[in-house]
Design a protein. Structure first.
Length: 254
């Protein structure tokens, strides 16, 4: 069925989509040769490829995650792509055992949106940074998540996804808060145009798979199956293209 992918596969596809936007932030920050960088909640890919290159052979990129399955998937990717400057560690943002003031750059993407507790997360990130180190946050904003021609069922599903994030204490529009969460960040926004055959056009269905238990609580079995079917029909239309949600990027020195 269209859009039925595992959570690790969804995150892998998503990481590929946003890699060029991440590379632009690192370019703006400047060279990272020999530095220590952390990708918090890296999932199966995150920024590990980008940071492996950014820190270079004399530096170290660390990917942390609380889920063993995610770390295993990341480990496979690191092995397959021979990312020699990357190491992976199990760590919980809310009870981090990583050494304070030990990183030149801390990056977190899509952590505030699903997990909430933004101030607590940012406090952890700051504690892990050396004085003068870079904090980089990337979070979504749904405003541009649209289809042409319009896709009412997909928009209904996006509404449910946003509600399910909120019910779990998160905020799918966390990107909008970054300006106020940091002191004086530099900011950028990226948005992708999605052609009819682009797998990321199916993102609402991919989210629906990973959020299924929560969506079922909101609308029940039959209604969710019916909505899914209508969204599948809309998004398999060869003539329909779309625009992604926006990725809001904010970075500043600690
Ligand atoms: C939405 S995914 C984002 C993954 C990655 N940052 C990316 O942008 O592709 C959230 C990730 O955070 C991890 N995570 C959830 N709770 C966490 C916690 N308390 N501490 C560390 N990682 C956590 C999940 O296992 C998952 O890999």
């Amino acid at each position: 069925m269209a859009g039925r992918v595992s959570e690790t596969e969804r995150l892998r596809v998503q990481s590929g989509v946003w890699e060029p936007a991440g590379a632009r932030v690192l370019e703006s920050i400047g060279p990272g040769d020999g530095l220590r960088a952390l990708d918090v909640g890296c999932g199966p890919m995150g920024w590990l490829r980008l940071l492996n290159v950014w820190v270079g052979p004399g530096g170290r990129a660390v990917g942390s995650d609380v889920q063993a399955g995610m770390l295993e998937a990341a480990r496979e990717m690191v092995r397959a792509e021979k990312l020699a400057n990357v190491e992976l560690v199990e760590d919980d943002i809310f009870a981090s055992a990583l050494e304070p003031a030990s990183f030149d750059l801390v990056h977190a993407r899509f952590q505030l949106a699903p997990l909430g507790r933004a101030e607590a997360q940012v406090a952890t990130f700051r504690r892990l940074l050396k004085p003068g180190g870079w904090l980089v946050l990337e979070e979504p904003d749904t405003a541009s998540w649209r289809f042409v021609p319009e896709a009412p069922a997909a928009m209904e599903l996006i509404g449910l996804i946003v509600r399910s994030f909120a019910l779990a204490g998160g905020d799918f529009d966390a990107g909008r808060s970054l300006r106020w969460l940091l002191a004086r960040p530099e900011m950028c926004a990226a948005m992708e145009v999605l052609e009819p055959n682009d797998p990321y056009l199916q993102a609402p269905l991919q989210f629906a798979s990973s959020l299924e238990p929560r969506l079922l609580e909101l609308v029940g079995d039959a209604a969710l199956a019916d909505l899914r079917q209508r969204v599948e029909a809309e998004l398999s239309d060869d003539a329909r293209w779309g625009t992604s949600f926006a990725l809001i990027q904010a970075w500043e020195r600690n």
